[in-house]
Design a protein. Structure first.
Length: 189
């Protein structure tokens, strides 16, 4: 009787099932983050960059600020009697959130807002400027949040928002006067 070579039907089906399982694992890994994961990732990024900027302000004895729009944020610093866009470190440059995420800055109604000395200062610039941080020659607007060289930070809450499956996802990052920033989920607010 001649010896048969090749694969049995069972062996071929087993290989097809294994390839299918591996393919589904790869697709699930590259499918992207959920809205909750994206919001959390962006809040962590902001928290780390803000922490670095606040520590740099103290070390350099320099005043810094935060400028926020609906879908982006940037840091500025005070030099030669004007606010200037941050160029270094790269993480502190203007950052635009991925599509589907938005920001909302809360300044009023926080503890100590009425006694905050920064709110009593008359910060004025010669001309109004919109937040278009893509042009570094452009004069930045006044920051909404001040990060002082003394370690004091004007109180704020920054909400990172997303909508997924008709459900709002929110993460809040903020401080009352100093670092470290505190993160809150929507359940804790």
């Amino acid at each position: 009787m001649p010896k048969r070579t090749g694969f049995t039907l069972l062996e071929v089906l087993l290989v097809i099932v294994l390839i299918g399982i591996l393919a589904s694992v790869v697709v699930l890994n590259f499918a992207g983050d959920t809205a909750e994961e994206q919001v959390d990732k962006e809040a962590v990024r902001f928290q780390q960059v803000f922490q670095f900027i606040a520590e740099s302000a103290q070390l350099r004895q320099q005043e810094w600020g935060l400028v926020v729009t609906e879908n982006s944020y940037a840091f500025v610093y005070f030099n030669d009697n004007t606010w200037q866009w941050v160029q270094e470190p790269v993480a502190a440059r203007a950052y635009t959130l991925p599509d589907g995420l938005s920001l909302q800055l809360e300044l009023d109604g926080l503890p100590g807002a009425e006694q905050n000395l920064l709110s009593q200062l008359d910060w004025q610039q010669d001309e109004e400027t919109t937040f278009a941080a893509t042009k570094t020659e452009e004069k930045p607007p006044l920051p909404q949040v001040f990060i002082l060289s003394s370690g004091e930070i004007s109180p704020f809450r920054l909400n990172f928002n997303a909508i997924a499956d008709l459900k709002a996802v929110q993460m809040q990052v903020g401080t009352d006067f100093s670092i470290p920033l505190t993160r809150y989920t929507a359940d804790e607010n």
